[in-house]
Design a protein around this ligand. Structure first.
Ligand SMILES: Nc1ncnc2c1ncn2[C@@H]1O[C@H](COP(=O)(O)OP(=O)(O)OP(=O)(O)O)[C@@H](O)[C@H]1O
Ligand SMILES: C[C@H](N)[C@H](N)CCCCCC(=O)O
Ligand SMILES: [Mg+2]
Length: 239
């Protein structure tokens, strides 16, 4: 069974894709067959009758194996709006069971699958379900990306609490510097380090190109060492 990680974040547009691509690249560089998955993408472009999403393109550029688009990005919509609205407009029902099945199939092709959510933890994918329900069904350890800007201390704590409430393990978090004018960056980082018990996997600097990062090899080693061998993916208190 492949290692799987679910990537969430403190909001939409805070660097989940940038961080996911770095994780994919990091695992691939360590020699693992690694692929990305974007279960639901709103904000796609039509090209020759195929809907393509930039997050998926970033994952693909970073990964060292390939898989059918219908597995790596099963639900695709054009408007860049909340997935539940995009799906409703397209008369599509998003089935979590189908996404779990696609993730299983990817797990048979790859050694590591990096699954990027959409928006934040409670972004809706239908009137009934949110990204949290999808992550729970996938039962994958979660990596939280914190978009380092004013307001992130509150958003990070709310997200961690909500992840843990599902009984999911927070495998680590990534501090992503999305606002170069963020005052007191170091003090905010120190606060997060003190209050988040999961390890800080990487600090991504502000970079206009946002592709020039290499995730520290020790972060990848930490993720594999902690999770490769029979590590429960559900917190013991919830079993
Ligand atoms: N460290 C960074 N430095 C500079 N720009 C960044 C950085 N991280 C992200 N960005 C930019 O911020 C924007 C949002 O990043 P990204 O697409 O990774 O967000 P996201 O959380 O994946 O959003 P979504 O919820 O749509 O999936 C992109 O234009 C990206 O290039
Ligand atoms: C289109 C956008 N870039 C994301 N893919 C979807 C963000 C959904 C946010 C939903 C919400 O919390 O309001
Ligand atoms: Mg993204």
């Amino acid at each position: 069974m492949a290692l799987r990680f679910f990537i969430t974040g403190t909001d939409t547009d805070i660097g989940k894709t940038v961080a996911s691509a770095q994780l994919i690249r990091g695992f691939a560089q360590m020699g693992y067959k690694t692929i990305g998955m974007k279960p639901v993408a709103s904000g796609c472009e039509r090209s020759n009758d195929i809907l393509l999403n930039v997050d998926v393109a970033s994952h693909c550029r970073a990964s060292n194996i390939s898989a059918p688009l219908d597995l790596i990005n099963p639900y695709r919509f054009v408007p860049a709006i909340s997935p539940h609205l995009a799906a409703r407009d397209a008369n599509v029902e998003i089935h979590i069971s189908h996404l779990v099945d696609c993730a299983e199939q990817l797990s048979n092709l790859a050694e590591v699958v990096i699954i990027e959510g959409a928006g934040g933890w409670y972004a809706p994918i239908s009137d009934q379900n949110t990204i949290a329900d999808l992550a729970t069904a996938l039962a994958a350890p979660v990596i939280m990306v914190v978009g380092m800007r004013l307001g992130c201390l509150n958003h990070a704590q709310l997200t961690i609490d909500a992840i843990e409430q599902r009984g999911l393990i927070v495998a680590g978090w990534i501090a992503n510097c999305i606002d170069p004018a963020f005052d007191r960056y170091e003090d905010n980082l120190a606060y997060l380090k003190k209050h988040i018990s999961a390890p800080l996997l990487a600090e991504l600097a502000y970079d206009e190109g946002a592709v020039n990062f290499a995730l520290n090899a020790s972060a990848i080693e930490l993720l594999t060492a902690n999770l490769a061998i029979n590590q429960p993916i559900i917190a013991e208190s919830h079993i």
